[in-house]
Ligand binder design. Structure first.
Ligand code: APR
Length: 314
């Protein structure tokens, strides 16, 4: 049986563990700084599996030995956004957690593929890549799939079609520098940009950009986890099954799209061992410039994060 470790037994982590275990595609270890929380959630999930006939074993605790030999590791540890808090506000708070978690995980599962979920996503993924020193193809962030799923959900409701008929395309950063692309989003083969007027498109784009914040403000406590965990579990499956599935994920660009040394959301082909290649979409000049602007924002935040890291290391 393949093995997946999920760190952070909160809402996103435990729901991800459940979704992976229910599919019976891997044994799952759930790790949290609060070992009993992880133990309790793991036990609860394990007790649901006889009903789904899943052969997966699920264990929990605070010891990283549980992650040993994992094929995929997922990082959801950290603090969720509270109302009024921007993703950037979370940066330093979660950087300390992510650094510690990633160091321990990379020691326990040095050959794994790492999927980051903790926000701010693109920055935390870059931090994880730096801390591990792994090949860039083994470290990625889950965001574009979620942002696309949100766009598909809103577009389907607006057009009165099933959500599965919408093939979304959302690039860029998971946050204010997100880049929904209606021209490359298709509804049963027709570009979304031909189905809605510009004002309607802008409304959908804005709601997609604010998709996480809308849920935060409704929940009052915590942030989204059903859709995020569905996306992580989908990516885990694509890796474990070597599916060659194309998803948008936050990865390090080294010249692709004309961009260097930045983590942001672009389409990648996922399979065993991580992402296999970056798909370069034929962007219009305007779209390319928007992606460059997004990269510039993320580079600024990377400088901020590097300052924090060197302060710690000094
Ligand atoms: N080591 C291990 N686990 C930790 C650590 C640590 N150093 N610090 C915090 N955790 C655990 C917490 O104990 C908690 O159980 O991370 C878990 C986070 O769970 P929640 O607070 O429920 O947050 P959740 O909604 O799951 O979101 C987690 O994913 O989508 C993102 O923005 C979201 O960054 C947030 C992350």
């Amino acid at each position: 049986m393949r093995k997946v470790a999920v760190v952070g037994a909160g809402q996103v982590g435990s729901t991800t563990a459940m979704r992976v275990a229910e599919q019976g595609i891997a044994d799952v270890s759930l790790i949290d700084i609060y070992g009993d929380l992880a133990r309790g959630k793991a036990l609860d999930i394990a007790q649901s599996l006889p009903l789904t006939s899943s052969p997966s074993r699920v264990v929990g605790g605070s010891d990283y030995a549980l992650a040993e030999g994992s094929d995929v590791v997922v990082v959801t540890a950290g603090f969720p956004r509270s109302p009024g808090m921007s993703r950037s506000d979370l940066l330093e708070k979660n950087a300390a957690v992510v650094r510690e978690v990633v160091e321990k995980l990379s020691a326990a599962a040095p050959a794994a593929v790492m999927i980051m979920v903790t926000n701010p996503l693109d920055e935390m993924t870059r931090l994880a890549w730096r801390v591990t020193g792994w090949d860039r193809k083994r470290v990625m962030g889950m965001a574009g799939l979620l942002d696309g799923s949100r766009l598909a959900c809103f577009a389907a409701a607006e057009l009165g079609v099933p959500p599965g008929q919408v093939q979304p395309m959302v690039l860029g950063s998971h946050g204010d520098a997100m880049l929904p692309l209606p021209r490359l989003t298709s509804v049963a083969g027709v570009p979304l940009s031909e189905l809605l007027p510009p004002a309607g498109l802008e409304e959908l784009n804005a709601r997609t950009r604010e998709g996480g914040a809308e849920i935060v403000s409704l929940l009052k406590q915590g942030s989204a986890y059903y859709a995020p965990s569905a996306c992580v579990a989908r990516m885990v499956r694509a890796v474990l099954m070597d599916e060659g599935m194309q998803v948008v994920a936050s990865v390090r660009l080294e010249g692709e799209y004309g961009l260097e040394d930045v983590f942001l959301g672009v389409p990648v082909v996922l399979g065993w061992g991580g992402w296999k290649r970056i798909v370069e979409l034929p962007l219009l000049q305007r779209e390319r410039e928007e992606l460059e602007a997004c990269a510039a924002t993320l580079r600024e935040r990377a400088v901020e994060l590097d300052g924090w890291l060197s302060g710690i290391d000094a």
